[in-house]
Design a protein around this ligand. Structure first.
Ligand code: NI
Length: 138
């Protein structure tokens, strides 16, 4: 591990320290390391659509909406070569939230997540991607 010295404006450092405290970081170094990892991950995901990643797509839907539950399952079956595991929460009498973990090349994971969240009746869809060091093999 290397020790580095960096120069930061007082205002920026003050805001960063406040954020670190709010998020519960034990020290600045860990916060800066996380920020660097996030920048590198974003760059990797943006620059290589064939890189391997895991993605978590989270979305809400009304399970009483006609055929929507089965359409969501059907969408995953149509792309069964992309590993997917779904956690389901019954939020209230009508609404469900699902978190589906997907594994594959960035372009495949984005495509399947888009097909899930673009279904009529699906709300608040968000995808979070994490790059891995695996070869996507596609
Ligand atoms: Ni449910």
């Amino acid at each position: 591990m290397e020790r580095i010295t960096i120069t930061i404006d007082d205002d920026l450092l003050e805001k960063f320290d406040q954020l670190m405290e709010l998020k519960g970081y034990a020290n600045r170094s860990e916060g800066i390391r996380d920020a660097m990892r996030q920048m590198l991950a974003d760059q990797q995901l943006d620059s290589d659509a064939h890189a391997h990643c895991v993605g978590c797509v989270v979305y809400m839907y009304n399970h009483k909406e006609r055929a929507l539950s089965s359409r969501l399952v059907e969408t995953q079956h149509q792309h069964h070569h992309i590993p997917a595991a779904t956690l389901h929460l019954h939020v209230d009498a009508e609404n469900c939230v699902e978190a589906t973990i997907l594994s594959g090349a960035v372009h495949e994971v984005r495509m399947l997540a888009d097909q899930i969240t673009a279904q009529t009746g699906v709300k608040h869809g968000r995808l979070h991607l994490i790059p891995t060091d695996q070869d996507a093999g596609d």
